[in-house]
Design a protein around this ligand. Structure first.
Ligand code: AP5
Length: 200
């Protein structure tokens, strides 16, 4: 890819989408060409068309084979869609997951077949205190994140997500950046991310 590819991961409810909307405002103010795409939205579009799910929270409960098909197609479509918009000065930011808690075990969000399409320059792991994430999941009534369990379960998932991010980074020599999204400090997290990507 001519443009830079930045993958942004983090456990459900950590605030990825929130941080990325602040990042978009910052990039606009600094004239930086940046496109943010949500991986789950691409998977959802196909799954809705095929009448497999009613919402994005049902995706991780589909059969493994189906999730892998949707995952591969999403990665392909994301790159196809970006090729027409971004040149070598542009940044593609992908809002996704390094690990997905599915009904058949923990699924890597960035396995080799996905990385071969995306070829990321950087994989970002957004983190926060497990207690804060738990509260954000509970407060966000627009989503069903009820099967992520206790604070301890969230801590465990964060540990797996870090391991998965570093494993995925090996394939294309992507850097890994760990950024904390502290309570009411999404602006600081977005600023840190902006500093990182400008050095790629
Ligand atoms: P996705 O849409 O990414 O769902 P998600 O994990 O729930 O992530 P969100 O984007 O909804 O949460 P978030 O971390 O961005 O938090 P938010 O900013 O909303 O994925 C959907 C599904 O797609 C996955 O479950 C999976 O099945 C599938 N999928 C995706 N990628 C895949 C892949 N690569 N392979 C296979 N499957 C894949 O914030 C949450 C709340 O916290 C909000 O209320 C917000 O206001 C609040 N908040 C945020 N930041 C702060 C802060 N600093 N202080 C206080 N409150 C805050």
């Amino acid at each position: 890819n001519k443009f830079k590819v930045i993958i942004v991961t983090g456990v459900p409810g950590v605030g990825k989408t929130t941080v990325l909307s602040v990042l978009q405002e910052k990039a606009k103010a600094s004239n930086i060409k940046l496109k943010v795409l949500n991986f789950g939205t691409f998977m959802l579009e196909t799954a809705l068309k095929e009448k497999l799910v009613n919402n994005r929270d049902e995706l991780r409960h589909l059969t493994l084979r189906k999730q892998l098909d949707l995952q591969q197609l999403a990665a392909k479509r994301i790159i196809e869609e970006t090729l027409k918009d971004l040149d070598e000065n542009g940044y593609l930011i992908i809002d996704t997951h390094a690990i997905v808690k599915t009904s058949s075990g923990y699924l890597p969000g960035l396995p080799k077949h996905v990385l071969d399409e995306l070829k990321p320059d950087m994989i970002t792991v957004i983190e926060a205190d497990a207690k804060e994430i738990f509260n954000r999941q509970v407060k966000d009534s627009s989503r069903n994140r009820s099967d992520f369990g206790t604070e301890k379960d969230i801590e465990k998932l964060m540990e797996y997500a870090r391991m998965a991010s570093f494993s995925s980074a090996v394939h294309y020599a992507s850097t890994v950046a760990i950024i904390t999204n502290k309570e009411n400090k999404a602006n600081e997290a977005a600023e840190e991310l902006l500093q990182f990507i400008q050095k790629l």
